[in-house]
Design a protein around this ligand. Structure first.
Ligand code: BGC
Length: 335
């Protein structure tokens, strides 16, 4: 498996064709000390055998669809239930598990870029329609990793693509990210129903809850709260509703490590962002620097439409029609 690298004088990003997995992002702190800020493994061998979602492209529908069921124009579809009773991240053989075709891309927008392509057959994981997907990883002079998604379908289908790195701005393997400060331009979030295992359909205010990141706040404060929504998933595993969504690219949130001073801004044109503090990491596997991967080893910030949108009419549209183009931009900017 080849490792591709995007780099400029400040930042270096490694990825592989399997899942388009971003396996390393090396950035300096204010004193020029470089750290690799994404959770993962030290070797390619461990990466290929390890958690396939680390830094991966997820699809066809990232996040959950309740019981793997949805309908389009009265036709019922049943997807894999690979996450207890739900469908997660496109199923057992989701896009994270595929070998993407990778080609260098020359574009005025980027100092360096690669285009990743995948063709998902009609009926793949039981999704309707042949879906042709292209994802660009572009690096700019402003130290932004820009991820541009595009897709077209042959039949009406559902789609929600995302990228799944876990960020630890202190450096992966250098302890927990729990003391990172998070700020989100989101005054609402989508609470989880314990029985459904994902969004209940409610859109609730974050005010007076641990989910209020409208001003920068330590992730630890939220994770240590006794709020029933935090207890449900042992931390944050929630979708936040980005304020003033209108389909244009806007700042969704900022993650900051007070110790190193490293900061990352996330911009997107999507209506939601999933924040996940890695509840399922139990320290049983070793990651970078041989350190056990524990809860909050890193924080995922996944731009997306809302979980289980195909089953809620008041959630953003998840259906892609033939002749339309799915477009999604996510920018991780290192400051
Ligand atoms: C989800 C988590 C899930 C994880 C798997 C995240 O996007 O929100 O619930 O366990 O992906 O890697």
């Amino acid at each position: 498996m080849q490792v591709y690298t995007l780099k400029n004088n400040y930042i270096e990003i490694d990825f592989i064709p399997r899942g388009g997995q971003i396996i390393a992002i090396r950035v300096p702190d204010a004193n020029g000390n470089v750290a690799d800020v994404v959770v993962g493994y030290d070797t390619l061998e461990e990466t290929l055998a390890g958690d396939g979602y680390f830094g991966a492209l997820c699809g066809r529908y990232a996040n959950r669809i309740v019981k793997g069921r949805f309908e389009i124009d009265g036709e019922k579809f049943q997807l894999d239930c690979n996450n207890e009773t739900n469908h997660l991240h496109g199923g057992f053989d989701g896009f994270h598990a595929r070998n993407w075709e990778v080609n260098a891309l020359v574009s005025e927008k980027y100092t360096q870029a690669y285009q990743l392509k995948l063709s998902s057959e009609d009926g793949d994981q039981n999704y309707p329609g042949k879906l042709d997907v292209s994802v660009t990883y572009g690096l700019t002079n402003n130290n932004e990793l820009v991820i541009e998604y595009e897709a077209e379908t042959s039949k009406p289908t559902v789609i929600n693509l995302t990228s799944h790195p876990y960020f630890n701005l202190h450096g992966a393997g250098n302890g927990s990210a729990v003391n990172h400060e998070l700020q989100l331009n989101a005054s609402r979030y989508t609470p989880i129903s314990a029985s459904l295992g994902t969004t209940s359909g409610e859109i609730a205010s974050v005010i007076d809850t641990p989910f209020d990141f409208t001003s920068p706040k330590s992730v630890k404060l939220a994770c240590e709260s006794n709020h029933e929504q935090i207890n449900l998933f042992d931390g944050i595993d929630h979708n936040f509703v980005i304020d003033h969504y209108d389909g244009s690219v806007r700042l969704a949130g900022t993650l900051m490590d007070p110790e190193s001073g490293r900061k990352m801004e996330v911009y997107t044109d999507q209506p939601g962002i999933q924040i996940y503090t890695g509840a399922h990491f139990d320290g049983s596997t070793k990651g970078k620097k041989g350190a056990p991967i524990e809860q909050c080893a890193g924080i995922a910030m996944e731009t997306q439409i809302f979980p289980n949108s195909p089953n809620y009419e008041h959630f953003p549209n998840a259906i892609l029609q033939p002749g339309e183009k799915y477009k999604h931009i996510c920018i991780y900017k290192f400051c």
